[in-house]
Design a protein around this ligand. Sequence first.
Ligand SMILES: *Cc1c(COP(=O)(O)O)cnc(C)c1O
Length: 221
Amino acid sequence: MNIKDNLKKIIDSIPEKVTLVAVSKTKPIADLQEAYDAGQRIFGENKIQEMVDKYDALPKDIKWHMIGHLQSNKVKYMAHFVDLIHGVDKLKTLVEINKQAKKHDRVINCLIQARIAKEDTKFGLTFKEIETILTSEKTAELKNINIVGFMGMATFTDDTAQLSEEFSSLETFFKTQKEKTATLNCNLEVLSMGMSGDYQLAIENGSNMIRVGSSIFGSRN
Ligand SMILES: *Cc1c(COP(=O)(O)O)cnc(C)c1O
């Protein structure tokens, strides 16, 4: 199967309201161009330098999503074009994104990364920590960011009961926070959950944005 067919197969299998982020990390420009020619406009990368290089080389109507773990000192390299940053897990990072967005007179959309996996992982915040950020006065001052939702990565497992439990825990939290927090720079609409192996299950449990790499572009080395 080629990239175009892979994309079509996924798009045909998901509801229209679910946004597909084509995760193109490590893949050559030619592969992204092929996906672009098939109509794909949202791409996800996990390294800032790689995303900048691809941004420079490809059509400018592409929306670039940063899905990797963020180093604050590198935010400046993508602040002029990044469309959505998925992996925010520190107030300090939001402050830096705000600062860099302001320089470009932009508002940058962000997702807060929640820790939902039972396995040991360094990344993501507990629900309590997220609430602290959402209700902090410091956050409210950041006029050049918009917190548009949450991102979660489930445990790497075949246990569908466990995956469903992890996904639905974030959906429940998302729904309660959505009710509670609508402020100028926090409008929770996006729930980014699901990758090649588990996106159907993620959608069943409330995801409206999936990040799919290998099922589109083939496995990475
Ligand atoms: C690599 C990556 C994906 C895509 O993974 P696949 O299994 O190839 O679909 C999704 N989300 C994040 C955060 C990633 O780093």
